[in-house]
Design a protein around this ligand. Structure first.
Ligand code: ASP
Length: 310
């Protein structure tokens, strides 16, 4: 039976300032276009989420690929995961510094390795051995991010409460969370999910957040649902919130209801903030955020829809 495909993307959940709203909405729109081209011509959900996330990584508006937040020592360190709901194959990379598109390295892990997860230099060498060029980390660093880091470190030195989610629970929703993700259902009824991030601003080198951890910031299983999350990574990973959400769909919850429930649970248990996109194999979907805004996009046979607040 041929299914009507569905593609959902997000570009982070936070208080996106007015002057950045257009760039965020354009970014999710562009990602939808690229992923949808594949889905409508019979392509796989896996290829579609990879294509959508690649567009978002290449867009400097987001905290993924070039333009990501900087570590405490002024470098870009990237994490990404991709998962095929039809086979449960998954590929992840973390703390990579010399790859332009970590989601492509993650896909190579999924396709070419019997392992699921590579970090640091080993991940870069694996990607290079499978055809991805290694670049200088400086190519991923923007002046905008040098300024953001300097401001965060000045706040830190002044003892001002850290509002960037680099470690401690914040009193307020985060300054900025621009992680990107996609979930898709293809014509063959297969689900897939992908999430990519530069992590949190001013993070310690070597820190890995939820985004690339299986079942935390990303998960896909045709028996339940596909999910991608964004937000303050430490609480999300402690709650294994991606798997928590897909399990609830498996247990009979609708994605429309489970998505806001997941955000409520994140806040209730650990005071966490973030956003979620969730898609079940029958094409129903849910999206939610407990931050002031989230860049989101949905493409169905009825066309694309985008926004920066639900
Ligand atoms: N969840 C990401 C992390 O903690 C950050 C984000 O979503 O913006 O690494």
């Amino acid at each position: 039976m041929t299914r009507s495909p569905v593609l959902l993307v997000h570009g982070g959940a936070w208080d996106i300032p007015a002057d950045l709203l257009d760039a965020h909405e354009q970014g999710v729109f562009d990602a939808l276009q690229e992923g949808w081209k594949l889905l409508e011509s019979g392509g796989t959900a896996l290829d579609a989420v990879q294509a959508a996330v690649t567009v978002l990584e290449d867009d400097p508006a987001f905290d993924a690929g070039r333009g990501s937040f900087l570590t405490r020592d002024s470098r870009v360190q990237l994490d990404a995961l991709i998962m095929d709901g039809a086979t449960l194959r998954a590929g992840g990379v973390a703390c990579v510094e010399r790859l332009r598109n970590p989601i492509q390295a993650a896909r190579l892990v999924l396709d070419e390795s019997s392992h699921v997860y590579f970090v640091g230099q080993g991940a870069e060498e694996f990607a290079q051995a499978h055809g991805l060029p290694l670049i200088d980390n400086a190519e991923l660093v923007l002046d905008r991010e040098r300024r953001r880091l300097a401001e965060a470190q000045a706040r830190e030195n002044a003892g001002t409460p850290d509002n960037t989610f680099s470690g401690r629970p914040p009193a307020e929703p985060p300054d900025s969370h621009d992680t990107v993700g996609a979930v898709a259902l293809d014509q063959h009824g297969r689900l897939a999910a992908a999430t990519s991030t530069g992590g949190t601003l001013n993070k310690d080198p070597g820190r890995v957040g939820d985004s690339s951890l299986i079942g935390c910031g990303c998960y896909a299983d045709n028996a339940s649902a596909a999910v991608s999350l964004t937000g303050w990574g430490e609480p999300i990973m402690k709650l294994v919130l991606g798997k928590w959400s897909t399990d609830r769909v498996l247990g009979g919850g609708s994605p429309e209801q489970v998505a806001p429930d997941a955000m409520a649970y994140l806040f209730r248990r650990l005071g966490g903030h973030g956003g979620i996109i969730l898609l079940s194999p029958d094409g129903r979907y849910g999206m939610a955020h407990n931050t002031p805004r989230m860049a989101w996009g949905v493409h169905t046979a009825d066309g694309p829809r985008t926004g920066t607040k639900l």
